[in-house]
Design a protein around this ligand. Structure first.
Ligand code: URP
Ligand code: ZN
Ligand code: ZN
Length: 508
């Protein structure tokens, strides 16, 4: 066995790193052994491999906690990225862990859905991955039997929908899911848009022939997101159970979340690049051009962008994810199932963004002075790792953690071109935008997976990660005081603190 300070003790030494974690900035050499960080000190002995990071930021690898890869759809559309191309693209943008979805279809067993997604992911991913589940059919056997068993097996978060006919749950079903989450210690992610408000508007627009992409945004107005966000918060308060509202688009929903957080509720929130860098105007243009930017909730306006920046700065948001939902613009299975006259309600929802998430936020957030480097790390790596039970294995640079790190080039000028990206989508909504930061080297468990503009990883080197029960999903103490209506019920608090991971300060 090699001693830490003997020659050859390390497989890799990253020299002269200027490290930022969610809390600190410090200069150090980083010794890596067996895929983990083994030493943080200046003047480490030579490693088998050496990388000089002098003058560069070295940050924890990104954790993209919301992306869709090889996900089954119910409408004939086909995701362009599988676990191989999606994780390749993620690595080239500085992300070293992804958490895509194992999606249950209505009528299907949740456990079978998880097996199906393992079948397409295992042996394909280039970086480490976990799964959130999507619960689309909240039957008693799913909430009482399958969910508890899967949570025990390391699938400790799931997403539920308040919109989309093939996915949505009604309020009673949402309560059943939240009850299971509370009892068994899982994190519930909620897509909060009001199904009925949207359907009412969309049906009338379509009946009047108003079917081009801009009407997608008009049929999903902020009030529909605000109403559902408030309802989701109320359902969570009824069960005194933490939730995380995903892909929040603007001030209406942000106000609800902030209000709930101020009341002491454990309401967490995520936003995404499209709400900082796109507006509803990006859905305009000839020949269905705007279908590229159809996603839900839709991008809003510049005032909404500012509100999202403010929410990132003031701690309303804990997570910044891509919501990478990859559909090609041209060709079968893509954005135009009925050609150039595809009505907006037949355009598959979602936009790509795995590779551009971190460079965009580093450039416009850190380098433009809207957030500090610690907040960048927290939002893109540490807090998602904590919220989904992966911390401290992922999400920080510390002795004993996986050696997932990114050495950044900053002060550069790089124009985003889809041709330079590594996903399998034929466009990026950020084509032509200039960034001033891009990963120079991405390390996944100490292995170089991206360097000098070239993907250097391999399909299959990514490992599946079983997640702990996240500490932030733990209900507040003193249920009797917060939610006396629950005290009468037996079996409310079956789960214990065993196996929880990390706490997130801001929203608790
Ligand atoms: O439009 C979006 N966001 N599509 C992806 C699916 C989802 O709801 O996250
Ligand atoms: Zn969603
Ligand atoms: Zn999504």
């Amino acid at each position: 066995m090699s001693l830490p300070d003997s020659p050859g003790a390390y497989d890799l030494v990253v020299r002269n790193a200027r490290v930022a974690t969610a809390a600190d900035v410090f200069e150090t050499d980083i010794g890596v052994r067996d895929g983990r960080i083994a030493a943080l000190a200046r003047g480490l002995p030579a490693g088998a491999r050496e990388i000089d990071a002098a003058g560069r930021w070295v940050l924890p690898g990104g954790v993209d906690a919301h992306c869709h890869l090889a996900q089954k759809t119910g409408d004939g559309s086909v995701m362009a990225d599988d676990f191989r191309s999606g994780t390749r693209s993620a690595a080239c943008g500085g992300t070293t862990t992804v958490i895509p979805f194992a999606a249950q279809l209505k009528g299907e067993s949740l456990a079978q859905a998880v097996r199906d997604y393992h079948a397409v992911a295992d042996g394909q991913a280039c970086i480490d991955y976990a799964f959130h589940m999507i619960v689309a059919d909240a039957t008693p056997s799913v909430t009482n039997e399958e969910l508890p068993a899967l949570i025990d097996q390391g699938y400790t978060s799931f997403k539920i929908y308040m919109t989309y006919d093939d996915l949505k749950l009604d309020d009673r079903q949402i309560l059943d899911v939240l009850y299971a989450a509370r009892r068994h210690g899982a994190m519930t992610m909620i897509h909060a848009e009001s199904s009925d408000c949207i359907a009412w508007l969309a049906d009338r627009m379509l009946a009047e022939g108003l079917d081009t992409p801009p009407y997608h945004a008009l049929s999903r107005p902020p009030v529909a997101e605000r109403e559902a966000t408030h309802r989701a918060i109320s359902l969570a308060e009824l069960l005194d159970t933490p939730i995380l509202i995903v892909h929040v688009s603007g001030p209406d929903a942000i106000e609800q979340i902030r209000w709930a957080q101020t009341r002491g509720l454990k309401i967490y929130a995520e936003t995404c690049p499209q709400y900082l860098f796109l507006t509803a105007a990006d859905l305009e243009g000839d020949l269905l051009h705007g279908a590229r930017c159809i996603c839900s909730p839709p991008p809003r306006d510049e005032a909404a962008q500012q509100a999202v920046w403010n929410g990132l700065a003031n701690g309303t948001f804990q997570v910044f994810s891509s919501d990478h939902a990859p559909f090609r613009f041209d060709g079968p299975g893509g954005k135009k199932p009925e050609g150039e006259h595809t009505p907006f309600n037949h355009v598959p929802n979602g936009i790509p963004g795995l590779e551009t998430r971190l460079p965009l936020l580093f450039s416009e957030g850190v380098l433009q002075g809207r957030m500090d480097i610690n907040d960048f790390v927290a939002l893109t790596s540490t807090q998602p790792a904590k919220l989904y039970g992966l911390y401290p294995r992922k999400g920080t640079i510390a002795i004993g953690t996986d050696a997932d790190m990114v050495i950044w080039d900053t002060g550069i000028t790089r124009v985003i071109r889809n041709g330079d990206l590594h996903h399998n989508v034929d466009y990026t909504p950020y084509e032509g935008r200039t960034v001033q930061a891009w990963p120079a080297i991405t390390l996944s468990r100490g292995q170089v997976v991206y360097a000098d503009g070239v993907f250097q990883g391999q399909a299959g080197q990514g490992r599946f990660l079983r997640c702990d029960r996240p500490a932030p999903a733990r209900p507040r103490r003193a249920t009797r005081r917060h939610a006396p209506w629950l005290s009468a019920l037996s079996r409310m608090d079956a789960w214990t603190d065993a196996g929880t991971a990390g706490d997130v300060g801001d929203a608790a």
